[in-house]
Design a protein around this ligand. Structure first.
Ligand code: GSH
Length: 202
């Protein structure tokens, strides 16, 4: 049964596309356009009218991190989804943490910079987002001290999920100088062939 990933590449669907490339499983990409995600047909796939969504046989799932953790647990090999309960809890920790502590601030800056007309920009919101980021990036920098990846020497779904969020730091040219471990880790993650393949090798 082929896994179906719904959503355009330039959306959070990119996370799910990265992981299916990483896992090397057959998949179908349904690049439903943003203008169609409130349609009755798409609402049957994801009643939230948001992307991404996953369909795996009769099983449907929304929420990008839940989708990726499911795919890693079902199809991952060689510890990509770790076997120990504690490491699995750390996968959840970093995935939820990325969504709650980092994603909103990066997205606020990204949207303001690239998707907002100059007269609609919100410098106060951007300044607040900039102010919020050093705290979580400091935590991440510490966590990565002396290790290549979040759970140790191997790249896992925890890295993929968090790096998919942190990748938004690239277009906004976030200054990682105070956080060299984060900078090196992010480059390590984003240089993976599967990340590039998911973006059409752009
Ligand atoms: N927490 C959700 C967020 C999904 C989400 O907001 N996706 C955006 C695209 S990246 C979307 O569908 N926006 C359309 C809307 O909110 O109406 C996830 O991670 O899957």
């Amino acid at each position: 049964m082929t896994v179906k990933i719904y959503g355009p590449t330039a959306s959070r669907a990119s996370r799910a596309l990265w992981i299916v490339h990483e896992l090397g499983i057959p998949f179908e990409h349904v690049p439903v356009e943003m203008k169609d995600i409130k349609s009755a047909d798409y609402l049957k796939v994801n009643p939230n009218g948001k992307v991404p969504a996953l369909v795996d046989g009769d099983f449907k799932l929304f929420e990008s991190m839940a989708i990726n953790i499911y795919l890693a647990a079902k199809y991952g090999k060689d510890g990509f989804y770790p076997s120990g309960l504690e490491d699995q809890a750390l996968v959840n920790q970093w995935s939820f943490w990325g969504m709650t502590e980092v994603e909103k601030s990066l997205l606020t800056i990204l949207i303001d910079m690239f998707m907002t007309a100059p007269d609609k920009r919100k410098p106060d919101a951007v300044a607040e987002a900039q102010k919020a980021l050093p705290k979580p990036f400091g935590v991440l920098n510490e966590a990565l001290a002396g290790r290549e990846y979040l759970l140790g020497p191997a790249f896992t779904v925890a890295d993929l999920n968090l790096a998919s969020i942190c990748s938004w730091a690239k277009p906004i040219k976030y200054d990682f100088a105070p956080f060299p471990n984060v900078a090196a880790w992010l480059d390590r993650c984003l240089s993976r062939p599967a990340y590039k393949a998911a973006r059409g090798n752009k």
